[in-house]
Write a protein that binds this ligand. Structure first.
Ligand SMILES: Nc1ncnc2c1ncn2[C@@H]1O[C@H](COP(=O)(O)OP(=O)(O)O)[C@@H](O)[C@H]1O
Ligand SMILES: [Mg+2]
Length: 243
């Protein structure tokens, strides 16, 4: 599904990613942990192809195709979708309109409504995209758009941050739907990367592999739960021993 080779990325002239290698197979969900400023968001933005994130070395392959230089809209069409950590708000674009665009011609008012209902956003679909939305509403709005888009590779940047406990299981349910978790492992088509700080989401979503990203490099791989237990006990301080 995704292969990243020796990826180096600069933001505003500063090197942020310094040689990331990562392979995600069809149907796999990976968790990305790491201290603030380690480069997790930069990695997801680079996979999505946002122009501020300049690849200076290395390659990104999606389903075997070199996408390193493709613009984000082309990557979205190929089947990559992202839930931003800090989503933009856009005046003049309604939430339902972005739903229609995300459905890409499979326009279906009923489907838009049912997704909005599932995410408790039915009263928001005529509002400007994300404008004035609370923290939890932003996260649900992002997931609404992903449900409409149904990407094959789902990039989730801190899906549970700012979400109250009542809504976190809903967030988990929708992520499981996006990642086809109800299907058997072998027939599962969608893959995902989940960035999480708190790890709460791992109580609702099963992940296959975990990685620690620190100082622009993946310095550790393991089972998501084991890595998270270690980090909870010792923080990321000990991770520097592996650097
Ligand atoms: N627009 C920008 N200009 C300058 N530095 C940036 C910009 N965006 C991100 N960075 C820097 O890149 C580093 C990695 O940030 P980020 O990828 O957001 O980390 P994480 O998501 O792991 O917390 C940080 O030091 C951050 O300040
Ligand atoms: Mg981040």
């Amino acid at each position: 599904m995704l292969t990243i080779e020796d990826l180096h990325v600069e933001v505003a002239g500063s090197p942020i990613l310094k040689g990331v290698n990562l392979e995600i197979k069809e149907g796999e969900t990976h968790v990305l942990l790491g201290p603030n400023g380690g480069g997790k968001t930069t990695l997801l933005m680079s996979i999505m192809g946002l122009p501020r994130y300049k690849v200076t070395r290395g390659k990104i392959y999606f389903k075997g195709e070199d996408i390193t230089n493709l613009p984000p809209n082309e990557r979205a069409k190929l089947g990559i979708g992202i839930m931003f950590q800090k989503p933009p708000s856009i005046r003049g674009v309604k939430l339902y309109q972005i739903g229609e665009v995300s459905l890409r011609g499979k326009e279906d008012g009923d489907r838009i409504k049912s997704y909005a209902e599932l995410l408790n956003l039915i009263n928001h679909i005529d509002r400007d995209l994300n404008y004035g939305f609370s923290g939890g509403e932003l996260k649900r709005s992002e997931l609404f758009q992903l449900l409409c888009q149904k990407p094959d590779l789902v990039l989730l940047d801190e899906p549970e941050s700012g979400v109250d406990l009542d809504n976190i299981s809903l967030i988990g349910t929708v992520i499981n739907e996006l990642l086809n978790k109800e299907d058997k492992v072998k027939s599962r088509k969608s893959s995902g990367i989940i960035v999480t700080h708190t790890g709460y989401i791992l109580e609702y979503v099963n992940a296959d592999k975990g990685h620690v990203l620190m100082d622009g490099k993946i310095i550790c791989d393991g089972s998501p739960r084991d890595l998270f237990e270690e980090v909870k006990k010792h923080g990321y301080g000990r991770c520097t021993e592996c650097l």
